[in-house]
Design a protein around this ligand. Sequence first.
Ligand SMILES: [Zn+2]
Length: 110
Amino acid sequence: MDFQQSVQSYMQQAQEERRSEVDTHPDLQALRAYHGNTLSSDEADRIQEHLATCSDCVQLFLGLVNFLEWDLDPHRLSVDDLTHSWESFLEKKREQEKVAAEELCPIVPG
Ligand SMILES: [Zn+2]
């Protein structure tokens, strides 16, 4: 295998990994639909199985649940609004966590 071939196969592999990752993790809309109980039972099962094995998505889902309960009327929001509110919610959450972490441990190593 020459250099160009090896680069090509590397790129192809990276692309496939990214694609499979996108396929595997349910997106925000799917999690929202799962929370709202609007998925078909097949889709709901798929997400439930995924949540059982993926702590990243559990964190995301729990955050989403908090977010939906925190927001006054999330169902009237458009996808753009939802994404935007979600991002500002995450930002607030991150800030709260940062403050909490600083209170617990004022000297951050590194
Ligand atoms: Zn996941």
